[in-house]
Design a protein around this ligand. Sequence first.
Ligand SMILES: Cc1ncc(COP(=O)(O)O)c(C=O)c1O
Length: 392
Amino acid sequence: MIEFPAIQTRLNAEEEQAILRVLREGKTWAAGPEGAAFEQEFAQFIGSEDAVALSNATAALETAAILTGLGPGDEVIIPAHTFVSSAVPFARTGATLKWADIDPKTRLISADTIAPLISARTRLLVIVHLYGLTADMDPILELAKQHGLVVVEDCAQAPGARYKGRRAGTLGDFGCFSFHSQKNITTLGEGGMLTVRDQETGRNARRLRWMGNWPFEGERAAYWKPAMGNIVEPAAGVWPHNFCLAEVNCAVGRLLIKRLDSINASRRRQAKRFHEALKAVPELVFQELPEGCEHVYHLMAARFDGGASNIQRDALIRLLFDKYEMKCIVQYWPLCRSELFGKFGLGAADVPETDRYFDNMISFPWWSEMGDELVDDLAGRVCAAMAELRKA
Ligand SMILES: Cc1ncc(COP(=O)(O)O)c(C=O)c1O
């Protein structure tokens, strides 16, 4: 059975050695030089003013939500079609979530789906570069500017992706990255990064990240007085968290960002081959790329438009699973339709394209460095299953 692997990119020998180096030679396994270097190198790679290593992308989204000072009475616009972590940190502040629909071609939030939801209470937009494709940011940033809105980019699925030459995570006020083992690159299972526009926000994020532990400023009579270190308020009115990432994770991350562009280029080659092979199946409609967007193909998903052939999406998934040993999945359950958001009174939404997409989408097994043979094999199974369904 071919199915989604729980690890998308395996480590090479050099990356394995980095783990051993930190274990054997590291002066610390937490909050040390690997973390500082990873942040600096990531900021340089992405092109952001600063970057703060955190335990995962959810922690990065939490940090962005907290530092923005959102609260009851504020409104946040967010796509209903995304992973749950994009939304919970903003809901937790007490702000009201307004669910935006997706564009039917890109399957991403757009200026057109955002604009009707803007009110005098809107404070923040969460832009999710889902599947590895950047949203069409220029018109979104123009709207944000007109209305004075904070823009948070959820780049969990789009590390290294570019929009008109700039990397995702440098376009809005905050960029939130994931290095979970199912992402394009991983820092050993868990990991995340927050990119920010200025050093002060970066400093506040670092103060928030480790329970407000922070050095005293200026000279002191003795290093242990009044205490070894200070405990500070990360930003006005903000309680701190523990969102730290360990040294061994950061050491691996430093090496993986050097490989990220080549991993993404190989995913793009895979995608091109897969799309070519599936031209024979017009029922599968893949994402369209707006001008200037570079995809990093975190996932390979299509909408199944079976109308003309009268074939149902579920029949294809079932046949692929039962006979062709290929386990496709359906994602993401529109958050407004989920139990969690319903319980908190956030179930109301007018998102017809989100519903249509979820009810008709199919996501194929996909990971880094699959190789031409395997990509052809997967496409061949889909073509064979469709031929069988057409005859039935
Ligand atoms: C779009 C999106 N946002 C956020 C996250 C959360 O990432 P993490 O697991 O690093 O917290 C994910 C993870 O799947 C995701 O897909």
